[in-house]
Design a protein around this ligand. Sequence first.
Ligand SMILES: [Zn+2]
Length: 311
Amino acid sequence: MPSLRFIQRLGFIPVFLFLLLIAGCGSGTEGNGVVATTTLAADLASTLLPPTVPVVSIIGTGVDPHTFEARSGTIRQLHTAKLVVHHGLHLEGRLSELLAGLQKRSPNRVCCLADPILAEHPHLLRREGDEIDPHIWFSPRLWSLTIPELSRKLAETYPAHAETIFRNAGLAMESLDRLDRELRETLSVIPERSRVLVTSHDAFGYWGMEYGFEVLPIQGISTATEVAESSLRKLADIIRVRKIPAGFVESSVSPRTIEKLRQMLGNQVFELGGELYSDSLGAPGTAEANHAGMLRHNAALMAKALGQPRP
Ligand SMILES: [Zn+2]
């Protein structure tokens, strides 16, 4: 089977013909459900749908979406899905072009979660140079803004379930509101001067905006580039001067760089505050296997590492 890069080099029309060809070779059992790119997108779609509708994610638990490489099976899954749900804003780095192509050809069969925010609330999005930060699930408020369009597309795809989908959408938006209040309460033990997050990559910008944290990431909003030694030294200096007590590793990013940073700091007390979930949910069956559980886990770790005990 040709690699994705090879297929992409062939250009738009041959790729479409290729997809038709492999769809014809498929077993036909994969076209019955919703195919989401990440575990987060799958979780959101599952929350809105009745449990009888299958939802799968193609980028598995703990896998980094920025560097995920598609295989031929992935392309087939995307092509045969009833609805494809993806984040957009280049979160799915190497899949982005393929997803944009699918969306252009079959707009009713693809839902890009970021699109309604880009269209109606662009001022709420963080920009880093030419890039827009795709990690919108870290703001329950922004995540909630993706629900009306997703529920509309799901209801169009499954008209028999439309009533359930719209009812679940309302409940999900209320839950996100409650979650936001709960997170603020958990984080309230962290004094303002300690609200600094040293993390593996820049996934927590929206979290920082919502909950008043300064974010000092080792890598940028994508993990696709290597970290320069000089950037690590600069960050180590900031941590030393500001006496930041702890940093965090992330479940979908290698802990190598943050360990290197700890070595650089020598005797300075710079603890590992634990593993935050960033671009993937926790393993199935755990409390972190859904969006609310993941955010609760992160808030609790931050409160433990950076907070002061309640009087
Ligand atoms: Zn990320």
